[in-house]
Design a protein around this ligand. Structure first.
Ligand code: BV8
Ligand code: ZN
Length: 236
């Protein structure tokens, strides 16, 4: 912990790569932990274009259920620690795999959302993207004003990430003197590539996760514990 604090103190620019684990203490289920299941479906069975094409109502029910959970959730001390850190370190970027919006709610502004935003919907017909905070919809699937079908504005498995978003994430990690890898199982690509990229760019990599992950071998420090407890101590 002391080394990590020292690296952060002397860092000119810092990036934080976050995954579902940072929201676990807010009561938002992770993808691969317990509680991530809904009606016996695994996320990777529902978060795909194929699942949506086959049964858009089922996929929407899952997203509305998640929105309902997230709407009741609050950012936790880990989110707030990152928000106060952004106010202290000018060059600080949060690169998140999460779609829950808890980083904004905690106060972070400089955020790269690798996998989109559950609080936005996109029209399959006209491509329009709208803020959408509905947790219930009478007639599913919801329709756009143009009559086209709406989908959640998130990146599903098998879908490419937006080029601009990926470039921003790469730039943030390449420029960072220290990269925090928080609450991610580091199995989803291309997001997981940002850790070796950080290493190659000479950044100090600090992993915060109760468990070992495929990224642990690349970490200069692995802080084993819940981010809601570790981040406030690490970043204070
Ligand atoms: C693409 C949005 C190609 C939707 C998500 C085989 C090998 C390698 C890759 C692949 C493969 N087969 C398929 C692929 C590609 C695939 C992939 O990586 N699959 C994995 C599963 C093998 N990737 C894709 O499909 C990507 N697209 O490759 O497209 C392409 C390219 C060009 C053009 C066209 C096509 C798209 C991936 C994006 C998928 N969308 N989310 C939604 O949310 O509904 S991914 C989803 O999983 C979430 O975003 C989530 O963040 C992400 C990863 O999960 P984690 O965040 O890491 O969370 P997880 O539950 O896994 O782990 C939680 C961690 O927290 C654990 O480590 C736990 O220990 C820790 N933790 C728990 N409690 C705490 C904690 N940590 C701290 N504190 C705590 N309290
Ligand atoms: Zn439309």
């Amino acid at each position: 912990m002391q080394d990590a604090r020292e690296w952060l103190r002397s860092a000119r620019s810092v990036a934080a790569l976050t995954g579902a684990g940072i929201s676990a203490e807010s009561g938002v289920p992770t993808f691969r932990g317990a509680g991530g299941l809904w009606k016996h479906y695994r996320p990777d069975q529902l978060a795909t274009p194929e699942a949506f094409a086959q049964d858009p109502v089922l996929v929407w029910e899952w997203y509305l259920w998640r929105r309902g959970l997230i709407a009741k959730a609050e950012p936790n001390p880990g989110h707030y620690a990152l928000a106060s850190f952004e106010r202290r370190v000018p060059a600080f970027v949060v690169v998140t795999q999460n779609v829950d919006g808890l980083h904004e709610r905690a106060g972070n502004r400089n955020i790269v959302k690798l996998h989109g935003d559950i609080w936005k919907s996109q029209c399959l017909n006209c491509g329009g993207e709208y803020a959408d905070d509905r947790t219930e919809v009478d007639a599913l699937p919801p329709l756009c004003d143009c009559g086209g079908m709406l989908r959640p504005a998130v990146v599903w498995f098998g879908e490419g990430l937006d080029d601009g978003v990926w470039n921003a994430a790469e730039r943030a990690v390449r420029a960072a003197d220290a990269v925090l890898v928080i609450g991610t199982s580091a199995v989803v690509y291309p997001a997981a590539l940002l850790v070796p990229l950080a290493k190659e760019s000479g950044a100090k990599v600090i992993e915060i996760n109760p468990d070992e992950t495929p990224a642990s071998g690349l970490a200069d420090a692995s802080l084993r514990g819940p981010s809601g407890q570790i981040l406030p101590e690490l970043l204070s």
